[in-house]
Design a protein around this ligand. Structure first.
Ligand code: C2E
Ligand code: CA
Ligand code: CA
Length: 586
């Protein structure tokens, strides 16, 4: 019988004869009330119900089935349920199905099927045998629910649990799985796996100054540039924030790793066209660790690659470093410092020391330079070269420096009132602060609060801070100059900028880096450089300060070269404000 289930049969079947489901449906219109309820239940339930003969040919489908599959009963009765097949299940799935129901048991599973429209859907289905009065299987009944929405939600959750929503890259958890598998493969094949820890340089700055939208676009672009540096079989993952991990497999030699690292650095050379109008340059620092030499587990490898990445940053960013065993020990210390410094401001652990800058003609201080000190109850006195990078990294440099500036202004103001009216204060700014949008407001507020003459404040900036973004620097320097605040170039000579270029900035002072002052005695070349700097600076009307003067020979040489402002242990070490009085002879 191939007609629709709703067709009225011509004759009633004789007793004992198998009847088709369609016939039964019709017959039961007049049957007893219990059977009528059963029929209505089958016809009206939301679930899909399909009844097939023992040979699998469909005899009946209910309206629920029609709704879910999109097939009308008329077009599907008499055919095999395989019309629903999606091709997504392996043959073993169906043989298992037939095996189970053939044994007389129910088969339960989520089927991936295809609607008449061709669209895939998921059906949670149970297929059970129906036995006749003689106990042989006469039919099968399949009841199913459309669980497509649920499965899609589950898939989405699974995706979210494994992928980063912003960049679409594997996240930390999937990275962990992939790295574990890569390690296992490498172990079997006696190969190495490289973990590259890639961290965007100064990303925090981009986020803070240009906003999270731009920050997000930079991350998306970074992800796609990284993906292009590896083979499709290797993994690029986002660890979080601006940290990415590359897993490189099949490594025979460190050169192969270095090659990829160079490729990554090159990939970041072109500007990111995310921020109008000229775009942004975003470089990366990369730390490299290799299985099995640098670590055997994913965590070990990631930690060591991270350490190496920090070293790359310290070495001036836009570079890569391989992990070395010596990094571990110093890392432990940095880690504990990082934790300790978080509460240092609230706990009053910071202090400001002052080092006078002397005019060698008058032998009197013309200025004092404020130098930040951290007295940690756990670590003792930590040198600024160690803790300032930490403050920059965690963003605390801004509040700490805000505090230090007020403290320094207040103490200097006291000295001014006590008989040094023209005494200047030199205050160091890191490049991070120089880029801070609140800088000018902070400085102005501090000057107002302490009643400090802006012309007596000099902000010290390194060459690299100025040259990082020359146009932006020029603008900030111009506003500072308009307020009467002086600017000094600190550690001059250590950067790569040409003096001629620097001269275009409105700066008032050059501080010759102490490495030149030290070398001067031994090296003619250093002496020549100092002489050149001094004479050029003086001809431009700039003040020149020689830093790090420790002995009279250096002092004499500097004077001879025309540098009349000096700073160094020869005259005074940095001291607390209370001890400064000694530097001011009556
Ligand atoms: P800097 O600005 O070049 O400061 C001068 C450094 O040279 C000071 O080191 C000082 O103690 C040292 N020094 C002075 N005279 C001599 C000498 O005759 N011989 C030798 N060998 N060294 C001398 P310090 O205090 O350890 O500071 C190191 C750096 O930390 C500073 O270098 C500065 O860049 C940074 N720093 C210090 N305080 C602050 C601050 O409040 N904010 C920022 N952003 N950076 C700061
Ligand atoms: Ca300085
Ligand atoms: Ca300096």
């Amino acid at each position: 019988m191939t007609a629709s289930s709703h067709l009225r049969p011509e004759t009633e079947p004789s007793p004992g004869e198998t009847i088709s489901v369609a016939e039964a449906t019709y017959l039961n219109r007049d049957a007893n009330p219990v059977i009528q309820i059963l029929v209505r239940a089958v016809e009206q339930t939301d679930d899909a119900i399909m009844i097939t003969r023992a040979d699998g040919i469909i005899e009946y489908v209910n309206p629920g089935f029609e709704r879910i599959t999109g097939y009308r009963a008329g077009e599907i009765v008499g055919r095999s349920p395989s019309v629903l097949a999606s091709g997504m299940h392996p043959p073993a799935f169906y043989s298992e199905l037939w095996h189970t129901i053939g044994r007389g048991e129910s088969f339960r599973s989520v089927f991936t099927n295809r609607r008449s429209s061709g669209e895939l859907y998921y059906e949670e289905k149970t297929i059970s045998p129906i036995r006749g009065s003689d106990a042989t299987i006469s039919h099968f009944v399949a009841t199913g629910k459309d669980v497509t929405a649920r499965i899609a939600a589950e898939r989405r959750l699974e995706y979210l649990a494994n992928y980063d929503a912003l960049t679409g890259l594997p996240n930390r958890s999937l990275l962990h799985d992939r790295l574990t598998q890569a390690i296992q493969r490498a172990h079997r094949q006696s190969k190495a796996v490289a973990v590259q820890f890639v961290d965007l340089d100064r990303f925090k700055l981009i986020n803070d100054t240009l906003g999270h939208n731009i920050g997000d676009r930079v991350l998306i672009e970074a992800a796609s540039r990284l993906r292009q540096c590896l083979r499709a079989t290797d993994t690029v993952a986002r660890l979080g924030g601006d940290e990415f991990i590359l897993i490189q497999e099949d490594v025979d030699h460190p050169d192969m790793v270095e090659q990829v690292a160079r490729k990554v650095l090159e990939a970041f050379a072109p500007r990111f066209l995310v921020a109008p109008p000229q775009g942004l340059f975003v470089s990366v620092s990369i730390g490299l660790a290799l299985y099995p030499v640098d670590g055997l587990t994913p965590d070990e490898l990631l930690m060591r690659a991270d350490l190496a990445m920090y070293r790359a940053k310290e070495a001036g960013r836009n570079s890569f470093r391989f992990f070395e065993a010596a990094m571990d020990a110093s890392a432990m210390r940095t880690l504990t410092l990082e934790v300790a410094i978080r509460g240092a401001l609230e706990n009053g652990e910071f202090a400001v020391a002052y080092q006078p800058i002397i005019d060698t003609h008058t032998q009197r201080p013309v200025a004092i330079e404020a130098l930040l000190r951290w007295h940690s109850p756990i670590h003792g006195t930590v040198p600024p070269d160690h803790f300032i990078p930490l403050l920059e990294e965690n963003g605390l440099i801004v509040p700490v420096s805000r505090w230090a500036l007020r403290e320094a202004l207040r103490q200097t103001r006291r000295l001014q009132r006590a008989g040094q009216p023209g005494l200047r204060l030199a205050f160091n700014l890191s490049s991070r602060q120089f880029r801070d949008v609140g800088l000018l407001q902070d400085v102005t507020a501090a000057l107002d609060e302490t009643d400090f003459d802006p012309r007596l404040l000099e902000l010290e900036l390194t060459e690299s801070a100025l040259m990082d973004n020359p146009e932006a620097s020029a603008a900030v320097l111009e506003t500072l100059r308009a307020r009467g605040i002086r600017v000094a170039v600190d550690d001059f000579g250590t950067g790569y900028s040409s003096l001629a270029y620097l001269m275009r900035f409105p700066v008032r002072t050059l501080k010759i880096d102490r490495s030149f002052v030290h070398e001067m005695e031994r090296s003619r070349e250093a002496a020549t450089i100092v002489r050149a700097i001094t004479s050029l600076a003086r001809s431009l009307g700039l003040d020149v300060v020689g830093e790090g003067v420790e002995n009279v020979a250096q002092l004499a040489l500097l004077q001879e070269l025309g540098c009349h402002h000096i700073q160094g242990f020869l005259f005074s070490r940095p001291v607390p404000a209370a001890e400064l009085a000694r530097s001011f002879p009556a």
